[in-house]
Design a protein around this ligand. Structure first.
Ligand code: NAP
Length: 324
């Protein structure tokens, strides 16, 4: 495993584990997954050197935090544990109360990284950061992070906190590249970190899905990326992933992850539906893409033009009636 230091203790693994899937009905993995597989995934991740574990109070309405905390057990204290506050009425006392509730569900005395899940469109960050500052003062929170923030808002949050807001967790993958515009250059030049969520585009980049084999769960049924037309349009990108994967004797999903973490300030938090997927994702940390491969993948990604907007909405309605 490779690690980013970023002054954090313990160091942050370049491949972490996302746990939205744990206990969340919308992923549709069922009770055996929540009760057994999720624990096995976490235990194997620990064995393989993963330190970054990401959850949120909203995932499964607290179930993800509980499952993760129980699975980590005594090892809770030696990982870099990240959770998120859903910023509904985020005044300081509420922020403090919700951090305590998350820590209790996780079974820890300290949240290594406490992130604001998304910008509140009405309430500015000064209010939230007052709560975060108090939490840091009493030692319940280590680092503060944000998620789905623009660069301007990330910087404003940092100014409001009065010290670094270490991370911004955003969608970053071969099919979601807007962080390259300003978030990555900022992080790379200042020692901040971008946490890439959905680095596999929720499984699209594994190449397992196509027009005839669409994933049947709520998360992906609602995503325009999985529309039959978009699955078809992703064909060239998937073919390029397969070609590079063949040269390294690995899978397209592993190449998609290697591409994401090639940028130095990025760590990725893929979710996993099985222990095998987790093992494969961790192994991606040691794949070295050549410059030529990196550019070929970026170029193929640049040519992928998914339908979006009203056309995608129409497609989703149509797909809803054809999905098994
Ligand atoms: N901050 C935010 O707003 C936000 C939003 C979304 C996610 N997140 C975080 O980011 C994490 C990851 O994002 P995500 O779950 O949306 O998407 P993702 O990591 O891109 O995709 C995860 C899915 O891809 C498939 N997969 C994983 N590893 C694979 C492998 N090696 N080979 C083939 N398929 C594989 C699995 O689905 P199947 O096996 O069913 O195909 C898995 O559930 C979440 O768990 C969550 O912690 C944060």
């Amino acid at each position: 495993m490779q690690y980013l230091s970023a002054g954090a203790n313990p160091q942050i693994s370049r491949i972490g584990l996302g746990t939205w899937q744990f206990g969340s009905r919308e992923w549709g993995y069922g009770q055996p997954y929540a009760e057994r597989e999720a624990r096995a995934i976490v235990r194997r991740a620990l064995e393989l050197g993963v330190t970054l574990f990401d959850t949120a109070e909203i995932y499964g309405l607290g179930r993800s935090e509980r499952i993760l905390g129980q699975a980590l057990g005594e090892d809770r204290e030696r990982v870099f544990l990240a959770t998120k506050l859903f910023p509904l009425l985020p005044v300081a006392p509420v922020v403090e109360q919700r951090a305590v509730a998350s820590a209790n569900r996780l079974g820890v005395r300290r949240l290594d990284l406490y992130q604001v899940h998304q910008p509140n469109p009405v309430i500015r960050d000064g209010t939230i950061m007052r709560g975060m500052r108090a939490l840091q003062r009493v030692g319940l929170v280590g680092e503060v992070g944000v998620s789905n923030y623009s660069l301007a808002r990330w910087q404003a949050a940092e100014q409001a906190l009065g010290q670094r807001v270490l991370t911004n967790q955003v969608s970053y993958s071969l099919v979601s590249r807007s962080p390259e515009r300003d978030l990555l250059p900022f992080a790379e030049s200042t020692g901040h970190v971008v946490i890439a969520y959905s680095p596999l585009a929720q499984g699209l980049l594994s190449g397992r899905y196509d027009r005839a084999h669409r994933p049947a769960n709520r998360v992906r049924a609602l995503s325009s990326l999985f529309l039959p037309e978009n699955l078809e349009r992703s064909g060239e990108l998937i073919a390029t992933l397969r070609e590079v994967a063949g040269a390294h004797s690995v899978t397209p999903a592993q190449i998609a992850l290697a591409w994401v973490i090639r940028r130095p300030a990025v760590v990725a938090i893929p979710g996993a539906s099985s222990v095998e997927q987790l093992e494969s994702n961790v192994a991606a940390a040691s794949i070295e893409l050549t410059d030529g491969e990196y550019q070929a993948l970026s170029a193929a990604a640049g040519r992928f033009r998914p339908v979006s907007g009203p056309a995608a909405l129409l497609g989703r309605i149509r797909a809803r009636f054809t999905l098994a």
